[in-house]
Design a protein around this ligand. Sequence first.
Ligand SMILES: *Cc1c(COP(=O)(O)O)cnc(C)c1O
Length: 229
Amino acid sequence: MTMTDRIDEILASIDDAKAECGRTDEIKLMAVSKTHPYAAVEQAVKCGLTLFGENRVQEIQAKFPAEHAGYELHLIGHLQSNKVKKAVAAVDAIDSIDSLRLARKVSDEAEKLGKVLPVLIEWNTSGENSKSGFTELADYEELLAEAQSLPGISIRGLMTIGPLTDDERQVRQAFARLREIAQWSGKEFPHLTFDVLSMGMSQDYRWAIKEGSTVVRIGTAIFGRRDYQ
Ligand SMILES: *Cc1c(COP(=O)(O)O)cnc(C)c1O
């Protein structure tokens, strides 16, 4: 199968999942290009994709040009504080804000560059220790309460990674939790926006769509298996 065929298949499957739950709103397809060469990104752009996700700042710097012509690049992996400055300069958005400390630092660095960076707040909805993200409502609330005094960032919504299981009930429960947190946030902090729900990857994006996902992050199903050598 060519990349065009694989992308067409995913787009059709997104439409099917939407139809099955009666959704008519737009769902964005983010191509997760980590470990794949820039040529694969260019090929995906030719196939019409305009949104890319990468996990590591170092890989972004080595792989991507400074100008992203015809597409947007988001950081979707855990960001260490010593890499914030480089990250803010290299990406169009950060979808993995997992602490108040990180939010402050990103805002500070963005301000220095005269930018307002769109961000998503990451929740650990699976309880798996290997995953980043908020687990406590109190910590998360503290960030939302301070958000208005962080002029370098603009909160757009939430992000999560589903649990590592093929149990539909368990996976959908995690995605439903993210949706509920976003709904609660919108009520408690009506001056902020929580429109974006980034959830669902190659194995579970159909379930994520049924739980309200607005952005699915697909790597393997577009680019093939990753080789970490
Ligand atoms: C790698 C990765 C993806 C893509 O995963 P696939 O299973 O290859 O589709 C999505 N989101 C995040 C945060 C990732 O790290």
